[in-house]
Write a protein that binds this ligand. Sequence first.
Ligand code: FE2
Length: 207
Amino acid sequence: MAQALLIRQLQLGELGNFTYIIADPASKEAFVIDPSAPPAGILGPLKKEGLTLKGILLTHGHYDHVVDTGMYDVPVYLSRAEAVFYTPAAKNLVRTADAEKIALGALTVECLHTPGHTPGCQCFYIDGNIFTGDVLFVDAVGRTDFPGGSADTLFESLQRLKRLPGATVIWPGHHYGRAAHASIAALRRSNPFFACDSLAEFREYTG
Ligand SMILES: [Fe+2]
């Protein structure tokens, strides 16, 4: 049986965001998700584990998730919808579509279009894990008061995440909660914004 995905959760940058290193343990190929600090602070730990960087995955274009993306020589993946709105610097910007799959060694990352916090937010699903950026946190959901944000659209995106298997682990973009990660099933019980099944109620919560 193949080994599970390797995940390293780093808390970095001026806002203390979560940056992730994920890797296929067999091939040692790695992606960085949402770099929140200069490359040295991320590539150091990555190389220490004998991993090779193959790409940067961006959940969205806000400045605290795209630090120094222009300094990497690997492909930088951002959703097509986000790229027309927030365009971070990148030498090799790859514009992704909903449900697009990106290989990581023997594993596959699936892009899920989840707008609402920004027009082109995407989550990354891989091997029973979902990296949610600023769409969903352990005890909160993303703000919708930035340019291009929409509470109604975010609500629809959250319904999509609810359809994932309950055991799926969510890995958020910030440490807004009692734990640094949690399962979808646990969040349905403990996160009132995520648990909310009614758009009218959700508007009241987030309004
Ligand atoms: Fe954001």
